[in-house]
Design a protein around this ligand. Structure first.
Ligand code: HEC
Ligand code: HEC
Length: 349
């Protein structure tokens, strides 16, 4: 074989392998938009029945970090939704009151405001409804609304802060307002400027070639049919194991998902398509938290949800694309919390 022939073949192979993804950036952006993938908006949506003000956000931040919302005085929202580690706890399933292990993996609080509903099964309609759950859950903070209110009222700084956050209310220190203040803080936990967002907003260089290939595959393979919207997921419910049920360690038979909410047989093992922003920061994966490797999670989605075998190279590209969904969080400083008084209820273990 002549040298020049070999060279020709090599050139042809290079062209062929690049032309498989020879869509222009403009075309790729249009495909992504058509598939329902959206850049993060410049401002989060305003929550219903909860007007924002800076006092309320600051109060919500203190409450989020305050372990005295739990019966033991040990566990705060930040324990399981650690702002420093992707807004989750990086455990398979969370550990709460009395070292008990809960049944599910902790989802991130970042960008949660963009989910259609909260929890893996969507049982809370918004963040303020959600926030009341963990405070009372036996395996989480194990507290009672009256006890939370008594705790907050025992600290003059909290009383003043609730007054400023909820002006014109005669009795502002309530469990409802606690949830509303936490929601106000959580609404600010958005992570803008991910490479994907900058790409979608017109910067062709924001994503590298492999991330773009991964995005193309994410759409081509059908991932975007369930994971779409601003949060690239978090919008709709599907059976986990639509085509093939995953192994029992990944889909434990005891957790029937949305069935527990609706009691409709069709909702057995139905879960919310996970929101995929910052997914590279929040291993382990799935509601059972049994998969630590993002590539492996992608491959499981291929067999379980799409009935296709996604090989290692493709899974790697898709995982690389998913890495481009990691955004920037403005630095959050740990808040100083109000001082206890003699009437502050004592910790209960
Ligand atoms: C003991 C660990 C633990 C504590 C403490 C905890 N959470 Fe969670 N959180 C979880 C777990 C686990 C889930 C998922 C539960 C489910 O889907 O059934 C969750 C779900 C959520 C979600 C829903 C996110 C989504 O994508 O659906 C939000 C928001 C949230 N928690 C906020 C809070 C707030 C606010 C507090 C404090 C008031 C708090 N959590 C305390 C473990 C915890
Ligand atoms: C038919 C709908 C559907 C399709 C198609 C689908 N997914 Fe999912 N995805 C889900 C559901 C539902 C979950 C939640 C599973 C659970 O209960 O843990 C999920 C969870 C995930 C998770 C874990 C999220 C987390 O926070 O742990 C990743 C990662 C993921 N999907 C990626 C993909 C990729 C990549 C593809 C394409 C190869 C894909 N998905 C295709 C519905 C789908």
């Amino acid at each position: 074989m002549s040298k020049s022939f070999l060279m020709l073949v090599t050139v042809a192979v290079v062209i062929a392998s690049t032309s498989a993804f020879a869509v222009t950036d403009q075309e790729l952006r249009a495909k992504a938009t058509a598939a329902g993938l959206q850049a993060l908006p410049s401002a989060p949506p305003a929550p219903a029945n909860n007007p924002m003000n800076p006092e309320k956000i600051a109060l919500g931040k203190k409450l989020f970090f305050d372990p005295r919302l739990s019966a033991s005085g040990v566990i705060s929202c930040n324990t399981c939704h650690n702002i420093g580690t992707g807004g989750d706890d990086n455990l398979p399933t969370s550990i709460g009151h009395g070292w008990q292990r809960g049944p599910r993996n902790s989802p991130t609080v970042f960008n949660a405001v963009f989910n259609k509903a909260q929890f893996w099964d969507g049982r809370a309609e918004d963040l303020k409804a959600q926030a009341k759950g963990p405070v009372q859950a036996g395996v989480e903070m194990n507290n009672k609304p009256e006890q939370v209110v008594a705790t907050l009222k025992s600290m003059p700084e909290y009383v003043q802060r609730f007054g400023r956050a909820f002006p014109n209310e005669t009795d502002p220190v309530t469990f409802d307002n606690t949830a509303k203040a936490i929601e106000a803080f959580e609404v600010t936990l958005t992570t803008p400027s991910a490479p994907f967002d900058r790409f979608m907003n017109g910067n062709n260089k924001a994503m590298n070639a492999e991330q773009k290939e991964g995005l193309e595959l994410f759409i081509q393979r059908g991932c975007a049919s369930c994971h779409n919207g601003v949060n690239i997921g978090g919008q709709a419910y599907f059976p986990f194991g639509l085509i093939k049920r995953p192994d029992a360690d990944i889909l434990p038979p005891t957790d029937k998902g949305r069935f527990q909410v609706t009691k409709a047989p069709a909702d057995e093992y139905v879960f919310r398509a996970g929101p995929l922003r910052n997914i590279a920061l929040t291993a382990p994966y799935f509601h059972s938290g049994q998969v630590w490797d993002l590539k492996q999670a992608v491959a499981i989605m291929g067999t379980a949800q799409l009935g296709v075998a996604i090989d290692d190279a493709e899974a790697g590209k898709i995982a690389t694309f998913l890495g481009s969904l990691t955004g920037k969080l403005t630095n959050i400083s740990y808040p100083m919390l109000p001082v206890e008084t003699a009437t502050t209820p004592r910790p209960q273990f």
